[in-house]
Design a protein around this ligand. Structure first.
Ligand code: GLN
Length: 533
């Protein structure tokens, strides 16, 4: 078994400092030095997983191959490292308590009082070390929330204990904010000092401090932080705002974050890796000349995090074809047959987003009608694909009031219907069709030239499906099922033959796109947008 090293990333001062990006960037740098790395997120809320959370609360729900509904940071981990995550990579307080309570009911603790220390902290430690059993050189564990939150305490306590259990095999990186006061033109270190003090009160001395800042840190600021927070000067790392998140690994390399980590574990620091391929993608993301105007039609427009993976996938694919996509998030509730031409004017392609429930559906359908009739490249994902099927049924097949039974239970033409296996589902948490399923791709599909394979596997998160009773009728009129699940016959991809590029996918290609491996569906879509231009 490998002698795994454990790195913890905690956050101080405020939330949203980008612990996920720092974790992913560090993983990337360690990987570039030849180490195997995985990243885990521990979330201090009581939900078992974020699958039951509204995107307004928590941004996108990311899905792994093994069907875990997870925090969106796991998307960053995969996009940066190309290492697949799984159920074990995201654990919530809810899940920890559930395991402990199940054990209590089984009688595993018979005779004992079950307490936060040691029972909850033991379960946290077990979940952390579980990943170490998988032969990784480094397990990076990101602790959600901010130090000082009531909910975070058991996690910080578990780190304190692990420092003793795994002596020498642990490093704690604390990410904080150094605000800039414009009036006095000063960077202030007090919030960082206070947040480190809070960690110390809980018995944890951070080894490395990463300081988020809008302005370069002066030598004096670095020295002050080192002195007051009890770390070496080389352990004070600046994390300045970057124009793209994909530049952060390069900035962290410049700041020698990876070297500080290796030194902490007494691992010899060899020559700096080049990251050639990564740098070339970042250069394309920043400088590509060809601009593509992409409309993303959805209903969570106030919160771009709701469509995080789709945004990032478009960026990766854009770099793949040397283009810069400009993504405009359009509120589907505002779109009607009357105003759609105005709203979609000037876009090179339209993507209709996944989603749940009735709100905004008719606007999505109006947008799809417009792009179908005007030969504008269209990609529909999950609910977006289902809307394309409904639109075709209503306006081409003349099935008046065709709908999904999710939106209208008694529709006369249920072209999208609840999957059989879903009909007996009572609990809503974790019961969708989730994770990777096979799909047989037709050679006639426009996607085939990018996938270059008839056997593909993609991730899912849905309860409704194309109603196969109508399949022949659709196919005879030009909407073809070009991807089918070989076991269940479920329609995975629909395409319009007589259209420049019109594709609906029941699966979520966005969960598998990474920086170095942009996804075939997004590449194919953007290529079509580029030729339109
Ligand atoms: N609401 C639809 C379903 O459950 C689509 C889900 C989605 O877009 N992820 O089938």
């Amino acid at each position: 078994m490998k002698n795994t090293n454990y790195i913890f990333i905690t956050g101080g001062v405020t939330s949203s400092l980008g612990k996920g990006i720092i974790s992913s960037s560090l993983a990337k740098l360690l990987q570039a030095r030849g180490f195997s790395v995985t990243i885990q997120k521990l979330d201090p809320y009581i939900n078992i997983d974020p699958g039951t959370l509204n995107p307004y609360e928590h941004g996108e729900c990311f899905v792994t191959d093994d069907g875990a509904e997870t925090d969106l940071d796991l998307g960053h981990y995969e996009r940066f490292t190309d290492v697949r995550t799984s159920q074990a990579n995201n654990v919530t307080t809810g899940r920890i308590y559930q395991s402990v309570i199940d054990k209590e009911r089984r009688g595993d603790y018979l005779g004992k009082t079950v307490q936060v220390i040691p029972h909850i902290t033991d379960e946290i430690k077990r979940r952390i070390r579980l990943l170490g059993k998988k032969e990784y050189d480094f397990v990076i564990t990101e602790i959600g929330g901010t130090v000082g939150d009531i909910e975070s305490f058991p996690y910080i306590e578990a780190i304190r204990q692990l420092k003793w259990d795994l002596e020498g095999k642990i490093a704690v990186i604390h990410l904080t904010l150094v605000p800039y006061l414009a009036a006095s033109k000063e960077l202030k270190t007090k919030p960082t000092q206070n947040s480190v003090k809070m960690l110390l009160e809980n018995g944890v001395q951070p080894d490395i401090l990463v300081l988020r800042t809008e302005h370069s840190l002066t030598k004096e600021v670095r020295e002050k932080v080192a002195r007051f927070c009890n770390v070496t000067l080389s352990s004070v790392i600046e994390s300045i705002d970057a124009s793209t998140i994909y530049e952060v690994p390069l900035l962290m390399q410049r700041e020698k974050l990876d070297e500080a980590v290796l030194q902490k574990f007494n691992i010899p620091v060899k020559a700096k890796p080049e990251l050639k391929e990564w740098k070339s993608v970042v250069a394309k993301i920043k400088n590509a000349k060809c601009k593509l105007n992409i409309a993303l039609v959805g209903k969570y427009v106030e919160l771009p995090d709701a469509y995080k993976s789709i945004n990032e996938s478009l960026i990766h694919a854009g770099a793949g074809i040397d283009c810069k996509p400009k993504i405009s998030l359009l509120q589907s509730e505002n779109i009607t047959d009357k105003n759609v031409a105005d709203i979609l004017k000037g876009f090179d392609g339209v993507l209709v987003a996944p989603g749940f429930g009735h709100r905004g559906i008719e606007g999505k359908i109006s947008a799809i009608k417009y792009v179908r009739e005007n030969n504008i490249p269209f990609l529909g994902i999950c609910l977006g694909m289902q809307c394309a099927v409904i639109e075709f049924a209503r306006n081409v097949l003349n099935l008046k009031d065709a709908n999904s039974t999710e939106m209208h239970q008694n529709t006369p033409y249920p072209v999208i219907d609840l999957m059989d296996e879903q009909k007996t589902v009572i609990n809503l948490g974790g019961t969708m069709r989730l994770g990777a399923y096979k799909c047989k791709l037709s050679k006639k599909s426009k996607l085939f030239s990018e996938y270059k394979s008839e056997e593909i596997s993609e991730r899912h998160r849905h309860r409704y499906e194309f109603n196969n009773k109508y399949l022949k009728y659709f196919e005879n009129n030009g909407m073809k099922a070009t991807g089918i699940n070989p076991d269940s016959e479920l329609v995975e991809i629909v395409e319009l033959e007589e259209h420049k590029w019109f594709t609906g996918v029941q699966f979520h290609p966005e969960y598998k796109s990474t920086v170095l491996n942009p996804h075939p569906v997004f590449i194919s879509f953007l290529k079509a947008c580029k030729t339109k231009k």
